[in-house]
Ligand binder design. Structure first.
Ligand code: CTP
Ligand code: CA
Length: 225
């Protein structure tokens, strides 16, 4: 094999990747959203396909072109993302949750556009919790040897917060990014540490999101055996 070209070590495997950021509607024209571009999830989907996997990409509001050879399921909200991920996970060897899932959604959806009212302060927006998809997939594995991977962006105590999040979610691997200038949101590059439930720590130097994706699949294939 040429340098840089990987073995097709995911042939016969089905992997599910979520990407992008969910949007939680308030009314027909407004939503609560986040800054996730979807690029890391798309890099994961492309690299898995290149390594021979059948790939289901659950894409939340990304606006990116469908990667070749990948089944793309487009979703909007966290509830829709949950449904699509659980469905695809039923026969998956690995599930990688790269999407930024909104923790909360507005309690009510206004069927008509919310209007200003003269002399009145706006009503507060009441939020309710969204389901935790990563925790659910980790707890109810569709297959005993299914590998589940989460992503976390942290600003402080990156490793300590990552370790406790990994335990809380019950996943096998957690890719932890430090959020800062030029890092993570919308950029082409990423720097991270991949924490393993087995206590392992794999540092990923600053570089293209594709390079981080390859390392994630290396760690996943090792766990698939
Ligand atoms: N995640 C999920 N469902 C949610 C929230 C998060 O599946 N409702 C997943 C994300 O896709 C990501 C991982 O959980 O892979 C970690 O997300 P993060 O927001 O860091 O975790 P939270 O538990 O929401 O913690 P925090 O309070 O720091 O936001
Ligand atoms: Ca969160």
């Amino acid at each position: 094999l040429a340098r840089g070209v990987r073995e097709p070590d995911l042939v016969g495997r089905h992997v599910v990747v979520s990407a992008g950021g969910t949007r939680e509607p308030l009314d027909p024209v407004r939503f609560l959203g986040n800054r996730s571009s979807g690029k890391q999830g798309y890099a994961l989907a492309r690299t898995a396909a290149a390594r021979g996997a059948r790939v289901t990409l659950v894409a939340a509001n990304t606006g990116l072109p469908d990667p070749a050879g990948v089944d793309v399921v487009r979703v909007g909200t966290a509830v829709q993302l949950r449904e699509a991920v659980l469905k695809a996970a039923a026969d998956a060897d690995a599930v990688v949750m790269a999407a930024a899932v909104a923790d909360f959604r507005p309690e009510t959806y206004a069927a008509g556009k919310i209007k200003k009212q003269d002399g009145r302060e706006p009503d507060p927006i009441v939020l309710v919790r969204n389901p935790d998809i990563l925790a659910e997939v980790s707890a109810d594995r569709a297959r005993s040897n299914q590998v589940v991977v989460g992503f976390a962006a942290e600003t402080d105590e990156v490793l300590a917060n990552g370790r406790s999040k990994l335990r809380r979610k019950g996943c096998d691997l957690l890719v932890v990014n430090e959020v800062g200038e030029r890092k993570t949101f919308g950029s082409e590059e990423n720097e991270a540490v991949v924490l393993g439930a087995d206590g392992s720590e794999t540092p990923v130097p600053y570089g293209p999101k594709e390079a981080l994706a390859e390392i994630v699949w290396d760690l996943v294939t090792r766990r698939l055996g």
